[in-house]
Ligand binder design. Structure first.
Ligand SMILES: Cc1cc2nc3c(=O)[nH]c(=O)nc-3n(C[C@H](O)[C@H](O)[C@H](O)COP(=O)(O)OP(=O)(O)OC[C@H]3O[C@@H](n4cnc5c(N)ncnc54)[C@H](O)[C@@H]3O)c2cc1C
Ligand code: FES
Length: 274
């Protein structure tokens, strides 16, 4: 049996400064055959280790349809992420992945898709959206409402044109007016309510700060979405990532193996987390 605590060693091939405090890391496993056979599903996460410092959890935000590298975006908040941000292209990190469950993409086929993201919460949504865009004819309309505090806090801005040319209907918003900003102005839940998407034959997937998710869930319910039509992800601190240490439990569930993806119906059955 493979040791679940043993990371693959990987090399950082490219670093992208997304926002003042978020960097994207494109990494390749050093073992070429491991890299070639690596498979995962949208929504799954990895534990990245900075040697001598520790491990932290990040969603794999490249899609499984594009396998030249694995992509992770990390917001600098504490010890591990600060050291991760200090690394350079060519440096080595540890990767334990894929971990956790994934978005139920098979059940989304043939449906219209509504993606609602805030800030770094766009990371798991990016992998889902790009997977769908790469298989565009298997899904209906794909609408993405994405917001951040300011234009410079939006991630993946350099890809927006490509997302749209591949068939995503992109609605961007920032919290207040900024010079040269010609997108929407307002919090993500308010823009959702203004857009008023119909729940008919639709799945809504949301990820972002807990306060945003709370009001997006309310907004979706007000628009008539059923609990089963709404999917979100839970961020619960992890350690082992494989259901052994008990660090991430909510009631009888371990977020690292039963999550991080949950339907709103499943979430309601858990002890209150939002
Ligand atoms: C399933 C999952 C997926 C994630 N995906 C991403 C991702 O794609 N990109 C990304 O930037 N981050 C992601 N995170 C969060 C990321 O794991 C943490 O920000 C990271 O572990 C912080 O490590 P640190 O050592 O830098 O911070 P620490 O030094 O451990 O903490 C710094 C401060 O932030 C707080 N904090 C850190 N992480 C969390 C958390 N998860 N919940 C509440 N408070 C927290 C701490 O309480 C502390 O106050 C994800 C977390 C989970 C559980
Ligand atoms: S992180 Fe150890 S049980 Fe989930």
């Amino acid at each position: 049996m493979n040791n679940p605590y043993l990371p693959d060693i990987a090399t950082i091939k490219e670093i992208i400064q997304e926002t003042p405090n978020i960097k994207t890391f494109r990494v390749v496993l050093n073992d070429q055959s491991r890299m070639e056979e690596f498979s995962f599903k949208p929504g799954q996460v990895g534990q990245l280790s900075v040697f001598g410092v520790g491990e932290s959890t990040f969603v794999i935000n490249s899609p499984p349809t594009r396998t030249e590298h694995l992509q992770f975006s990390a917001m600098q908040v504490g010890e591990v992420t600060t050291r991760l941000h200090s690394l350079q292209e060519g440096d080595q990190i540890g990767v334990r992945a894929p971990l956790g469950n994934s978005f139920p993409i098979e059940s989304m086929k043939g449906k219209d898709i509504l993606i609602v993201g805030g800030g770094i919460g766009m990371a798991p949504l990016r992998t889902l959206m790009l997977t769908m865009l790469d298989k565009r004819d298997e899904f209906g309309d794909i609408t993405v409402i994405y917001g951040a505090r300011s234009p410079q806090d939006l991630c993946y801005t350099y890809e927006f044109d490509q997302w749209q040319s591949q068939g995503a209907n992109l609605v961007l918003t920032v919290d207040r007016e900024f010079p040269d900003w010609d997108g929407r102005v307002g919090f993500v839940p308010a823009v959702l309510t203004e857009e008023a998407p119909s729940p008919k034959n639709k799945v809504a997937i949301t990820c972002g700060p807990p306060i945003m998710i709370k009001f997006v869930l309310k907004g979706l319910k007000d628009l008539g979405f059923e609990d089963e039509q709404i999917i979100t992800t839970l961020e619960k601190r992890m350690k082992c990532g494989v259901g052994l240490c008990g660090r991430c439990n909510i009631g009888t569930h371990y977020v690292c193996v039963d999550g991080p993806v949950f339907t709103y119906a499943q979430l309601k059955a858990l002890p209150s987390e939002l």
